[in-house]
Design a protein around this ligand. Structure first.
Ligand code: FAD
Length: 454
């Protein structure tokens, strides 16, 4: 028999239950055809960094498969039945997709395959979305009880090594879509080997400092696993297995919690497929958002890192420079767009999805809703981040700001988060603040009070 293994967000060979299911379905004398399909509805609208990283991950996967990876383009509901017919596949294997589009697409593929079974084994999450529920079977709305139940539920041990698979080679590929021109954006090395190496370095050198280091954007305190997790170059189970043997340190608990946040947001999206785009607190949609030429110019200043607030500008420039932003700074720049510039969170979520290499519908859009105060278990709306005090607290020596905003490199650290107070004033080439934070904060709170009072 021949089994088709359709790779999607699981671009690796180890700890891959669907791969093992394909191997077992093929049996000792059969073979497995590995395929990736460029689906225009997903690939086309993805931002350049994600498209580039995906292409690089596929190249690495193809190397690991000895050149056997088949690339096809088009609607998977047409491409997969055609390929299955071409190679005589008797089953098609995938890791389950929990997103709204992926679920619809997979149902269409399953129908189009007719008699050929479509087998979902595993998912990109430690616990498959939808599995962790309250005692009466309803979804969790709040993170902490979810995380508790998630830990109690537990996860499988990492799947065994992919020995004994006979990959069929020589199956025709379509030409791959053109690579985006990224104009100097520095992406991490792609693929499974790079993911494992990055994880092992973090685990051995920095994991135990994570609780303290995770909030300091100027240091290398976080794991940078997000893009690898997004494309499945590594599975969270692999990380959790190492964490389980790393002791009881606060850092280990914190890191496990972050992986729980990733699963939580996927779970919210699974239960409420509209939640990535709809306000989870719809009354906040009536807040009244700013528009017009001045508002648009301010948004442009935010996008390009020229607001005059150093920590905001550093974050937005990191986004354009590395297709990544430190988590603490994601919260600061998101708060600034929503509460200082009075823009809808959806606008910022779209900008992030266009520029992040780890851009993920569940984590990004729910992360934005958290900051905007519109989501499940969100930060309360009245919590408005002050960019100066956040900068002073989390980047006290200005290392992060100086890395991304060269105009401020010579500013004394005492003034680096409010250069307008420095004895020499704002350095040449760097903008004066585009707004008065205390004033805009009050405007945001007044608008909030109005919608609440309706
Ligand atoms: P670490 O601190 O090393 O954390 C380890 C892993 O845990 C991460 O790789 C990630 O998979 C997961 N994780 C950590 N924090 C969160 C979180 N708050 N929510 C969900 N998962 C988390 N994360 C994305 O993966 N994709 C996104 O598109 C995304 N957009 C975001 C937008 C906003 C406005 C905010 C506030 C957060 C967003 N996050 C997103 C979550 C978080 O910022 C990133 O996962 C993290 O910065 C990635 O860096 P790291 O791998 O070094 O994280």
């Amino acid at each position: 028999p021949t089994a088709l293994l359709w790779f999607r967000r699981d671009l690796r060979l180890h700890d891959h239950p669907a791969l093992l299911a394909a191997r077992d379905a093929a049996g000792p004398d059969g073979d497995v055809v590995p395929v990736f399909v460029f689906d225009d509805r997903l690939y086309g609208p993805s931002g350049g960094p994600r498209r580039r990283f995906l292409l690089d991950c596929l190249a690495a996967l193809d190397d690991d498969l000895g050149g056997a990876l088949v690339l096809r383009r088009g609607d998977p509901a047409r491409v997969l039945p055609a390929l299955a017919g071409e190679v005589g596949a008797t089953s098609v294997h995938v890791s389950a997709d929990a997103g709204p589009y992926g679920r619809r697409r997979d149902e269409a593929v399953e129908r189009a395959l007719g008699e050929v079974p479509f087998e979902r084994t595993g998912s990109p999450y430690a616990v498959t979305p939808g599995r962790v529920t309250t005692r009466d079977g309803t979804p969790f709305q709040v993170f902490s009880p979810f995380a508790r139940a998630w830990r109690e539920h537990g996860w499988r041990a990492p799947a065994s090594s992919p020995g004994g698979v006979r990959w069929r080679s020589g199956v025709r590929s379509d030409e791959q879509p053109p690579a985006p021109d990224l104009d100097g954006v520095a992406l991490p090395p792609a693929g499974e080997a790079a993911a494992l190496a990055a994880w092992e370095r973090f685990r051995d050198e920095r994991l135990l400092g994570y609780a303290d280091g995770r909030n300091a954007p100027g240091s290398d305190g976080t794991s940078r696993m997000s893009a690898y997790l997004k494309y499945g170059c590594i599975h969270p189970r692999t990380l959790l297995a190492d964490l389980a043997t790393a002791g009881q340190a606060e850092s280990v608990r914190r890191y496990t919690d972050e992986l729980a946040w990733r699963d939580f947001y996927a779970d919210v999206l699974w239960h409420r497929p509209g939640s990535a785009r709809e306000y989870l607190k719809p009354e906040l949609q009536a807040m009244g958002y700013d528009d017009g030429p001045h508002a648009r110019a301010l948004v442009r200043a935010w996008e390009t890192g020229r607001t005059g607030f150093p920590i905001v500008d550093a974050g937005m420039r990191q986004l354009l420079g590395e297709a990544y932003v430190h988590n603490r700074v994601r919260m600061i720049v998101a708060s600034f767009l929503v509460k200082d510039l009075h823009q809808e969170w959806t606008l910022g979520a779209r900008w992030f999805m266009r520029h992040l290499v780890d851009g993920d519908l569940a984590s990004n859009n729910h992360g934005w809703q958290w900051v905007a105060g519109t989501g499940t278990d969100a930060s309360p709306y009245y919590r408005v981040f002050n960019p100066v005090t956040q900068g002073r607290k989390f980047d006290p020596d200005g290392a992060y700001v100086k890395r991304w905003v060269p105009e401020l490199r010579d500013v004394d650290p005492r003034y680096v988060h409010e250069p307008w107070t420095a004895p020499g004033g704002v350095p040449a080439g760097y903008p004066a603040p585009v707004l008065d934070h205390a004033h805009e904060r009050q405007v945001a709170l007044d608008r909030y009070a109005r919608v609440r009072g309706r």
